[in-house]
Design a protein around this ligand. Structure first.
Ligand code: UD1
Ligand code: MG
Length: 466
């Protein structure tokens, strides 16, 4: 390649620094695994990196921190930093084999609000200027905690000074280091070896490298300073959550979803919602949930890892790992637990709990029932108060109810048991054996009528009605 010719696309190496102790989080969980809008911080950094279509992505991790490797789910190559001696030391763990001469993008895994477009812009500016270092900076009203950008009289970038080492005068500087850098690989790796830890923290600061690399050092300002928020404590975690949540809601509203009260609506990053669906207040939709078009969800509804088709109405209910087809009505006050599948046109009414059960098309469970481990056919009506006794104290047992069955109020199914299609159960019947198709099961004691009872009782008790 000719000197100064632009690097071909795809030759970028990204290094994500994720091995820090995260002391200020005061947590047993590694800092980079704390979620923002349902996604571990580290995976936000990985998503930003992906947008660059890098040749390789290296993730510097602390092998003693559980769960970090698993969260990556095979993405990127990990580089171990066994002792946490600073950001410069973390980058220096990259082995000779990965020390490429092309652009090296360094990201901190504790900055989840960085937009992929900003990162792409930074790399483009780096290539355009053929710079040795390109830094992303931001101006903050409160720069406390960040490395300050020191400029010379003519405004040229000169240095980064960490908060701990800054003079009172330098602490007044509002322009800060984001922790997002693009380096010329040829200059980066040799300079890294020269870093020292002579500072207040006794750490090898990556930021000191700007004093060791020659050539063009440039800064690129970010317009939306929220993007560079570094999360070091739980207050900053909450701040990031708020910004990310607003971004997600804005994106959904742009795509034609009505959010009646964004302040009381919480939707995770990996949720998708179709056009003309309305989300009412105090609703939380998390995990890998998918909601179709023309639904009305909420108020006061929680959906977790659930799929909902089109035209559904879900009010004041909890759904977890539940699949709902289209034109289904749920609630108010129902709880659908993992493994529940509702077919088209199902109606689940008030105070109903369903777990690990399939309910067939147009069937109805309208009032306070419990169905566990049940397979219910199409056009079945389950009367109020019906319950599957699915647990015999040792194992879970199945209840099968055929198409068109009519289950009267207060039927108890002592599982395992089968109800044939078009069968009927009488109210207050305990079903302890299979019911053949088309037949009636009635198991209640015959009613006894005692004539004149009320008058006799009143006389005895000498109670007079007003
Ligand atoms: C760092 C920058 C500061 C910048 C700020 C932006 C340095 C010296 N300072 O400060 O200029 O304004 O980020 O948010 O770089 N890490 C490791 N190994 C280590 C230490 C840290 O992998 O030994 C990782 C952490 O997991 C984290 C990142 O590096 O993802 C940054 O470390 P952190 O301790 O948060 O640095 P800050 O004090 O925020
Ligand atoms: Mg930080």
């Amino acid at each position: 390649m000719r000197p100064n010719s632009p690097e071909p696309r795809g030759s970028v190496t990204v290094v994500v620094l994720a091995a820090g102790k995260g002391v200020r989080m005061n947590s047993r969980i590694p800092k980079v695994l704390h979620p923002v809008a349902g996604r571990p911080m580290l995976l936000w950094a990985m998503a930003a990196a992906r947008a660059l279509e890098p040749e390789r992505t290296l993730v510097v991790t602390n092998p003693a921190q559980d769960g970090v490797q698993a969260a990556l789910n095979g993405e990127g190559q990990t580089v171990a930093q066994r002792e946490q001696l600073g950001t410069g030391h973390a980058l220096a763990q990259v082995s000779a084999a990965h020390r490429t001469s092309g652009p090296v993008v360094v990201l901190y895994a504790d900055a989840p609000l960085l937009r992929p477009e900003t990162l792409k812009h930074l790399v483009a500016e780096h290539r355009k200027a053929n710079a040795s270092v390109t830094l992303l900076t931001a101006s903050l009203d409160d720069p406390t905690g960040y490395g300050r950008i020191v400029r010379s009289r003519n405004d040229a970038f000169r240095d980064i000074v960490e908060e701990k080492d800054a003079s009172d005068e330098q602490k007044q500087i509002r322009e800060v280091n984001s922790g997002v850098y693009v380096f010329n690989g040829q200059l980066l790796w040799p300079a890294l070896q020269k870093l020292e830890n002579k500072n207040r923290a006794g750490e090898y600061y990556l930021t000191d490298i700007v004093r060791l690399i020659k050539g063009k050092l440039q800064t690129v300002p970010v317009h939306d300073s929220d993007e560079i928020l570094g999360i070091n404590d739980r207050r900053q975690l909450a701040q990031a959550e708020r910004v990310m949540r607003q971004r997600i809601l804005d994106g959904l509203m742009t795509n034609g979803v009505t959010i009646t009260d964004p302040n009381s609506t919480f939707i995770d990053a990996d949720v998708s919602i179709g056009q003309d669906t309305v989300i009412h207040p105090f609703t939380t939709i998390t995990g890998q949930s998918v909601i179709g078009e023309d639904c009305v969800i909420g108020p006061m509804t929680q959906l977790r890892d659930s799929a909902v088709g089109h035209g559904c109405r879900i009010e004041r209910s909890h759904l977890e790992k539940t699949k709902v087809a289209s034109n289904v009505m749920i609630g108010p006050f129902s709880r659908l637990r993992p493994g529940t599948e509702l077919a088209d046109g199902v109606h689940v009414g008030t105070h109903t709990e369903i777990k690990n059960s399939r309910i067939g098309p147009a069937s109805s469970v309208p009032h306070f029932s419990y169905l566990g481990d049940a397979v219910v056919g199409a056009n079945v009506n389950i009367g109020a108060g019906s319950i599957t006794a699915n647990w015999d104290g040792y194992e879970k047992n199945m209840t099968e109810i055929g198409d068109g069955a009519y289950i009267s109020c207060d039927t108890i199914f002592v599982a395992p048991v089968r109800i044939g299609s078009d069968a009927t159960t009488a109210a207050d019947t305990v079903i302890t054996k299979d019911v053949p198709a088309g037949s009636l099961a009635i198991g209640r004691p015959e009613i006894k009528i005692v004539e004149g009872y009320t008058a006799r009782r009143r006389k005895k008790k000498q109670v007079t009605r007003p």
